[in-house]
Design a protein around this ligand. Structure first.
Ligand SMILES: NC(=O)c1ccc[n+]([C@@H]2O[C@H](COP(=O)([O-])OP(=O)(O)OC[C@H]3O[C@@H](n4cnc5c(N)ncnc54)[C@H](O)[C@@H]3O)[C@@H](O)[C@H]2O)c1
Length: 386
């Protein structure tokens, strides 16, 4: 099959969809890959590394797309790129399908078969393709480094000739993929870590990383698919009160709490921030969906009541080399499912292929993926891995 790799179009995007490692694999399997010159520069992969992996370098987008069957992307293609894609082209990227109705209509009217990587079901067999996990784990790691860089304190305990300095106290809210990585990173840096999540199952995971689980009076809020459900107003009030107590004693708070397709839950009120020690730091990883802290300014860093509050967007783009490498491996895992010996082989009875497909045959199928196999019963969903 013919692949193309392009420079990403979104502002601040530094990642590249395929890194030379994956290009080498595809090339050895007999596929042809054209890479737009400079596509990997921002991620640390110059053209020469792609050439060494077997790709041909194309001077611009239209040359890269002059004949293409499959276009892997990080984010959505520009309108110009869309206009260059022949009907029947397969594209795969992180398209945020649930919030991109117009984009999906454009894909469908262009006759594209599109896969949105964040829809890959989180089952054991598809873990290799799980972009939510690969990118969230980078974000959890980097959030701790951002806090450490801002705080003006040591994270570990230091015993020096000038006296002993106690370790910093880190509170992690939300112990999913990003939160667990933040806990592990803060522990490695020597901080005392507490963590909280509404899913009771996370207690053991938090403790296994050497952190203390913060207990709240709320009931277990694990919902379908292993995600959290939205809490009722009463439960949220009780939760915020407990968090405020722990926040006041913390030097750093990393917040990662999210509910699928809902605004981020509000966990830290303005009053709770006011009660924190001046010089403390909050890194709000939920900023893109509104933030877990009432005072977060999404996309910005602000200092309020002496507390620095980071509300970063697209943290993985600040670590583009490994973010791209992991993403590229995720894509390769999808390719393994949709490419057979004879080329493209779309088996929509496979739930991983079906549920990540958002447009096909001129139709938007997102939300109605079972229509991809109209005359058959969809296969039973597999057990979710933890
Ligand atoms: N391939 C797999 O099988 C696989 C891979 C990764 C994750 N998972 C599962 O997905 C789930 C979490 O994944 P995620 O990190 O993408 O989740 P996420 O990004 O949707 O949410 C982050 C965390 O926020 C928590 N949260 C939500 N509301 C909260 C609140 N009010 N207060 C505190 N915490 C709150 C959630 O419980 C979750 O742990 C877990 O069940 C995990 O085991 C499965």
């Amino acid at each position: 099959m013919k692949f193309a790799v392009l420079t990403e179009q979104a502002d601040g995007e530094t990642r590249v969809a395929l890194v030379p490692e994956t290009v080498g694999r595809l090339s050895r399997a007999g596929h042809a890959i054209k890479v737009q010159s400079g596509a990997g520069d921002a991620a640390g992969f110059p053209d020469s590394t792609y050439e060494d992996a077997g790709a041909a370098i194309a001077p611009d987008v239209s040359a890269a797309l002059s004949s293409v069957d499959l276009l892997p992307l990080v984010g959505p293609p520009s309108a110009d790129t869309l206009g260059l894609l022949p009907s029947g082209t397969v594209i795969a990227g992180m398209f945020r399908a649930a919030a991109s109705e117009d984009l999906l209509k454009q894909f469908a009217s262009s006759g594209l078969t599109a896969f949105s990587m964040e829809l890959i079901p989180r089952i054991a067999r598809a873990q290799r393709a799980d972009v939510l996990s690969s990118q969230a784990s980078l974000a959890g790691y980097k959030a701790v480094l951002m806090a450490a860089d801002t705080i003006g304190k040591f994270l570990p305990m230091m015993m020096t000739a000038a006296g002993t300095i106690p370790p910093a106290r880190v509170l992690v809210l939300g112990a999913g993929v990003a939160g667990l990585q933040a806990i592990a990173t803060a522990r490695r840096l020597g901080a005392i870590v507490e963590a909280f999540d509404v899913r009771a199952a996370t207690k053991e995971q938090v403790e296994s990383l050497g952190a203390t689980f913060v207990e709240t009076p709320a009931a277990d809020a694990q919902a379908e698919g292993g995600y959290a459900r939205e809490l009722g107003e009463d439960e949220q009030e009780r939760q915020r009160a407990v968090i405020a107590e722990h926040a006041a004693a913390s030097d750093v708070i990393i917040t990662t709490a999210a509910i699928p397709n809902r605004p981020a839950p509000l966990l830290i009120t303005a009053d709770a921030v006011k009660a924190m020690q001046p010089g403390s730091v909050i890194v709000d990883l939920a900023a893109e969906t509104g933030g877990n802290c009432e005072l977060t300014d999404p996309g910005k860093t602000v200092k309020i009541h002496g507390v620095t509050i980071h509300g970063p967007f697209n943290i993985p783009a600040s670590m583009p080399l490994h973010a791209s490498q992991m993403y590229s491996r995720n894509l390769n895992a999808l390719f393994d499912l949709i490419i057979g010996d004879e080329g493209l082989n779309l088996d929509f009875t496979d739930e991983v292929v079906r549920l990540s497909c958002i447009t096909h045959d001129g139709r938007v199928v997102f939300g109605d993926q079972d229509s991809l196999i109209p005359s058959q019963t969809p296969e039973k969903p597999e057990e979710k891995a933890t």
